[in-house]
Design a protein around this ligand. Sequence first.
Ligand code: 5AD
Length: 364
Amino acid sequence: MNNSKENHTLTRTEIMTWLRERDEKRLNVLWANADSVRKLNVGDEVHLRGIIAFSNHCNRTCQYCGINALNKDLIRYAMTQDEIISAIREFESFEYHTVVLQSGEYPGIKRDWITELIKRIKSETNLAITLSLGERSESDLAEWKAVGADRYLLKFETSNEKLYESLHSENKGSWRKRIEMLQTLDKLGYEVGSGIMVGFPGQQFDDLINDLEMFKELNLDMIGIGPYIPHPATKLGKDFKPATVDAKQVPNNKLTTYKMIALTRLTCPLVNIPSTTSLAIIAVDGRAGGLTRGGNVVMPDLTPETFRRHYDIYPSYHREHFNTDNYHHELMASIRSMGRRISSDSGVSLKFKTRNIKISNNDN
Ligand code: 5AD
């Protein structure tokens, strides 16, 4: 395999062979290639992003997600702007250069309120701002960009339109709308992050190959890949049966997630790839495993404990104790022990930098 910068191509057959591979020795070749493509293109720096999940109100009914509107047992919360700013202040002294403002998708979160919050964060800190608020109108997104938002995260979850719509039964056409929003974000000048879940019911290996193609087509700057974790408060989670070996169903395990991270690094060498929290939750060595198979970003949840325990998108999310001094020191030490550096800048995606150079050249 050649490790040249950009344009690494794998055929669908080669990808399928990797996705079905179980031989550890051969898989070590995949891991080593992904790691060297990562090093060659985005280097040894690991970018830390602090997530503030400031509200769990949501009016979507995504069947995999524990904070969906149908979950009536969940205590709903919304942090005030002062609470958000003081939570950010707590992690400023560690090496975070980006805050991710995350919430359920909820019309009660008003455009002006977010505008005001972005302005405050930009005037009071040096942090880059990533928004992750679900689907919003083009005018909301344009205004937030104008006042300083840098990035937006919106997972398309799967390239399989029918499968997506079967999990979001409330509105037909919802998958297409999501894809269009990713294109709108690009047009507005956001750094665009998206991604998928691995192994939710109905997902097949061909879907994963299509996901990889879609990552390229959408020109994404950041790609997050995590295992599906069944949530007992959802119908999908209650009825969940793990995939059997050789089944068409993609398993929701560490190995398949690693493969998708590695294949994403090979096919999209310049993008930022987080080693996701869901991966760290299903396996103690998941965070390090993701970072050595193509990942270059870690996104700990720094929401204050009183709120975070209710941000119950998947089980045990709230049990991770991210927000302690010990946690930060251990995280930084473990990254350094892997021979990697903690980034001292906000970690703008190289993909974003290069595509914007191309755009401005075209303009001349
Ligand atoms: N397992 C794994 N990831 C999940 N998400 C939501 N529910 C689950 C789950 N059960 C992820 C989705 C979504 C984000 C909010 O969290 O990718 O986009």
